[in-house]
Structure formats: structure tokens, C-alpha cells
Design a protein around this ligand. Sequence first.
Ligand code: NDP
Length: 244
Amino acid sequence: MTTSVVSGGTRGIGRGLSLRLAALGHQVIALYRGDDLAAEQTEKAGEGLITALRCDLTRPDEIHAVCARIASEHGAPAVLVNNAGVNRDRPFLSMTAEDWDTVLATNLSGPFHLSQALAPAMVEAGGGSIVNIASTTAIRPRNNGANYCSSKAGLLQLTKCLALELAPHIRVNALLPGFTDTDEVTDRYRLDDPERLATVLDAIPARRLGTTDDMADALEYLVTTRSSYLTGQQLIVDGGHFMG
Ligand code: NDP
């Protein structure tokens, strides 16, 4: 059975990705930071194919411990999805060092440590696929997001460097979601206000928010043999919002 690891795999987009991989018959290890209830619910929805493990991605020691546990209990993964990410939005001039460090540690250093911890076993077991969940704001800037946009831009470059160095064994690609319907985005942009939602939708040619299923469809493509000649690339899934 194929083993997959999804960071932040218990909520939002990550939950959708975990469920899709489970539907493909994978044994999924979903890493999360602290929301035990969401973890339990995702495990339940996975009907025996999803195991949620706590691991704070800002802590390299925890990453190495959880990877050792995954190796001994589930064997080498064939798929790693670096999905966990946080926002600490603030205007640049009032952004604190803590805002900067937390976002960079989670969104960029987390994928570095997790990929480095898992890649040797992946290669030894015959290779596989790493998918980094970036964002269209990795390419185009937005207000109050110097930390977030920088972290995701770094993740795009990390994607290309790993695609070079881990070839031909592991393909490494980035998936760039646009506005995707998760609690985090609804809260941050207050999209439960119909006027705010209408303004956002106005700028999206598809005239709707992305769904976690849209992202899972793209992930499915990136981890199966249908994309076997694709590595080091950026797949933007945003309803045409940003035609980079
Ligand atoms: P959510 O906030 O809904 O979920 C984040 C997930 O990451 C949770 O499972 C959370 O665990 C986990 N996580 C956060 N910090 C850590 C940490 N330090 N260690 C381990 N796990 C952690 O996010 P979304 O689903 O909205 O976003 C998922 C990814 O997609 C992110 O990388 C985000 O930047 C990216 N993205 C999202 C867009 C959107 O519109 N939603 C647009 C563009 C990109 P816990 O629940 O335990 O806290």
C-alpha cells in the first residue's frame, strides 16, 4: 500500500488532500499542530486509512521524531505534501520579528526539514512525488503579507532546487491555490459578508471560490503517473484570478 504524508492534513485544504489520497487507496499520515478535534474528525472520515499525528513543523526535533515513527510504523512514503501554512498578516512597518519568524518557520523551513527527513527513505524505496502547496501570492505581492508572500516565494525556489537535486527519483512540484473556501480564509477576509464576497468573486473569472476538491484534483494529477514527465513546475489553480 502506498504511504503518503500530508502536513496540515487535518483541516481546510489539507483535509481535502488527505481524504483524496485515502480515496486513492493510500495510507495517509496527516500531521497537525494542535487541533485534536479536527484530527479526530479527519481520521474518522478516512475510514481507517488516515492516521493523524501531532508534529509542530516549527520544531525540527519534532519533525525528525515523527519521521522516525512514520518509517518504523508505516515504511517509506511515496508521496509528501507540504501543505501546512500560517498567516500573520500585518503592515510591513508594524510586523514583528515574531510574525516574520513564525511564518517563515512554518511555511518555508517546515517543508525544508520535512523533505530532508523523508527524502532518503523515499529514494531508497524507489522514489515518489513531493508537492509543495504555495500560493499565487508567492508570485504577486499583496498588502500586509511581507512574511507570507516571502515564505511562499521561497517555497517555489525550494521546489525547483529539490526537483534538480532529487531527480530522477523524486518529482517535486508546486501547487498554487487561489482563494479557496476554508474557514481560515473566510475568517481572515470576512467572506461571510456578501458584499466582501461579491468583490472577491468579481475579480475571479470563474466567479467562484476554489474548493478543496479543486485542489485535490490538481494534487491527484501531480502524484500519479499521468504527470510523470513533470517536475520543478508551478501549477496555478485559481479560477483564472492570476494569469501569471
Ligand atoms: P488552514 O488554516 O485551514 O489549515 C492549516 C493546517 O496546517 C492545519 O491542519 C494546521 O494544524 C496545520 N498547521 C499550521 N501550523 C502548523 C505547524 N506549525 N505545525 C504543524 N501543522 C501546522 O489552512 P488552509 O487549508 O486555508 O491552507 C492550506 C495551505 O494552502 C497553506 O499552506 C496555505 O498557505 C495555502 N493556501 C491557501 C489558500 C486559501 O485560500 N485557503 C490560498 C493559497 C494558499 P492545526 O489545525 O492543528 O492548527
